[in-house]
Design a protein around this ligand. Structure first.
Ligand SMILES: Cc1cc2nc3c(=O)[nH]c(=O)nc-3n(C[C@H](O)[C@H](O)[C@H](O)COP(=O)(O)OP(=O)(O)OC[C@H]3O[C@@H](n4cnc5c(N)ncnc54)[C@H](O)[C@@H]3O)c2cc1C
Length: 336
């Protein structure tokens, strides 16, 4: 028997499990997943805080903004108050080239348009852009940091694949589903689709700023251990092995942005599937099996912004969990 089960140990599941412990310290939380830390999609992500408000359906805009604001506040506090070599949350400044009329990023520590002189002094031949400071969350450090926090507060971990969500009917107070792309098979959710991405990590300690070229989906983000070069966005592509031509393409686009990277040593090449959905699924579902009930709070489908949005959606998922549990407890008391 379980109390609260969180299914999925990527950045969304771990954040949700930790947040539930923060808000409901008397409940027992068990985290179940078949992949942890370095084997998750979250681990490979660039981790930049740049959620794209533009693609959000109008009716969900306010909710989306709240997730962004809550997450930014959380990462800002971690950056200021904790050790970034442990949390992985660093502050990063740099240049973002775009077309006139493009929408500027909305979450940052201040942004200014690049002047003609600044553009002329930068590599490339761009005619418009901004400079700003933002946050980067390196999941190679952040996921272990969240895991340590979860376990130190009595959280339990089980490593296994779950083939049927209804196995938990009658066996837990509530289940929170944070299985990301796994929800497409676990729940047969046809609205989930992959957007494949390729990243390269190189040794180039001299890169101290980020460089982004919107039009070509090209970016260079310096982290604490290496520099991330990206990327690709390939809808409905499932294959995560091979793809060497795409890595060559990423490298050559980034060398165009910053020619000094030409001979940088490649440390790692990585392919991941962004768990896209028309909009993130954050809601309750009542299931039952052989007369046994299962309440599921879904929290998945974060697409290209899961690292950035994870804390904001964890806050909302936890509020839903809290409301359900207090309703159940009042119902139980009124029966006595
Ligand atoms: C190339 C690339 C670059 C990216 N860059 C950024 C970025 O800069 N900023 C940003 O915010 N986001 C970025 N993202 C997106 C981000 O990686 C995802 O949105 C995020 O990782 C989703 O987190 P998650 O926890 O939902 O999924 P995951 O990290 O995939 O975790 C899913 C978890 O569920 C478990 N699971 C699934 N099914 C089952 C099952 N049946 N049984 C047991 N366990 C199960 C898995 O084992 C795993 O633990 C990027 C993604 C890619 C591919």
């Amino acid at each position: 028997m379980y109390d609260i089960v969180v299914l999925g140990a990527g950045v969304v599941g771990l954040s949700t499990a930790v947040r539930i412990q923060d808000v409901l310290p008397d409940r027992k939380v068990t985290l179940i997943a078949d992949k942890f830390t370095k084997d998750t999609t979250s681990d490979g992500a660039a981790g930049i805080f740049r959620p794209s408000v533009e693609k959000t359906p109008v009716k969900c805009l306010q909710q989306y903004r709240t997730w962004c604001q809550d997450s930014f506040k959380w990462y800002h506090t971690l950056n200021v108050e904790d050790d970034p070599s442990e949390t992985g949350v660093i502050r990063l400044s740099g240049y973002h080239f775009a077309n006139k009329g493009s929408n500027p990023p909305r979450f940052h520590y201040g942004i200014t348009e690049l002047t003609e002189k600044e553009l002329a002094d930068l590599p490339g031949n761009f005619s418009f852009g901004w400079k700003y400071t933002s946050l980067m969350i390196e999941c190679r450090r952040y996921l272990p940091w969240l895991t340590k926090r979860f376990v130190s507060r009595g959280g339990r971990i089980e490593k296994r694949k779950v083939n049927e969500i209804l196995e938990f009917a009658g066996k837990c107070s509530l289940l929170v589903n944070c299985t990301g792309f796994g929800s497409s098979t676990l729940l047969n959710d046809k609205k989930v689709f992959p957007v494949r991405g390729h990243l390269i990590r190189v040794a180039a300690p001299w890169v101290k700023h980020f460089y982004v070229w919107d039009d070509a989906s090209s970016y260079i983000y310096p982290g604490q251990d290496n520099v991330v070069l990206g990327g690709t966005r390939q809808k409905d592509q499932y294959e995560t092995s091979g793809g060497w031509e795409w890595f060559d393409d990423v490298k050559s686009r980034c060398v165009n942005l910053l020619p000094g990277l030409k001979n940088s040593e490649v440390i790692n090449k990585w392919v991941g599937l962004r768990p896209h959905r028309a909009f993130i699924r954050l809601e309750v579902e009542d299931l039952s099996c052989n007369g046994k009930q299962l309440k599921v709070v879904h929290n998945y489908g974060h697409g290209a912004n899961g690292v950035a949005l994870s804390w904001g959606t964890a806050i909302e998922a936890t509020e839903i969990v809290k409301t359900i549990l207090s309703q159940e407890s009042s119902r139980f008391k009124s029966k006595l």
